[in-house]
Design a protein around this ligand. Structure first.
Ligand SMILES: [Mg+2]
Length: 214
């Protein structure tokens, strides 16, 4: 893990969900595939053609010096509004089919919850975020869950981070974003004055209580 920026006195941790609170490459790939398939069907084109279109758009962003963006924002560029993204994700993604209870995660989050206010900030709909936390056995650790349908803005838009801080009643400067994607999870939080921790896998979250011990 990399502690990119930490407030002097951190009061809240804002966690990304996918590939942060669990590591499951097949499920992560499934979530993308199923949404791309859904959009290809909507557009009446092949999955391969649509994937090529996304690759073109990602390369254009990179050439323009722009950071990576979310699948939700790429869908938005192709005319899929956020309410439609929310509906498709609710229809197609079933966290309980993929995720299982993780007692080590719960232990780490319990230790963190004793010292920090915790929130989840996910680009999935809130219902999918809550079902994921339930499947992992950690739902009670998160008093605040911000999903795509809370702001209708997809990370790296900063709005979900600003709302999480507001709901927790903690100033942005005392919040720390924890996530696996710098451009999507950390850059918008840093822009709001928050701290940022880059994780590579859920094992880094297990190690967080020790890493944040002062
Ligand atoms: Mg993630």
């Amino acid at each position: 893990m990399r502690l990119l920026a930490l407030p002097e006195r951190p009061l809240a941790l804002l966690f990304d969900l996918d590939s942060t609170l669990y590591s499951h490459p097949a499920y992560a790939a499934f979530q993308t595939e199923v949404l791309v398939e859904r959009l290809a069907r909507e557009r009446g084109e092949s999955v391969a053609a649509l994937e090529a279109e996304f690759a073109r758009r990602r390369a254009a962003r990179e050439a323009a010096g722009l950071g990576r963006t979310s699948l939700g924002n790429l869908f938005l560029e192709l005319g899929v509004d956020i309410p439609t993204s929310v509906r498709w994700r609710e229809e197609l993604i079933d966290p309980a089919a993929w995720l299982a209870r993780d007692p080590r995660l719960d232990e780490a989050l319990a230790a963190l919850a004793a010292r920090f206010a915790l929130a989840l900030v996910t680009n999935n709909p809130r219902s999918v975020g809550e079902k994921s936390l339930e499947a992992l056995g950690v739902r009670p650790r998160f008093p605040v869950v911000i999903g795509l349908d809370d702001t209708y803005r997809s990370k790296p838009d900063p709005a979900p981070y600003a709302l999480a801080a507001e709901r927790l009643g903690v100033a942005a400067e005392a919040c720390v974003s924890v996530g696996d994607r710098h451009d999507v999870d950390l850059a918008p939080a840093l822009a709001l004055g928050m701290g940022a921790i880059l994780v590579e896998a859920v094992e880094d979250v297990y190690a967080l209580p020790a890493a944040l011990r002062t």
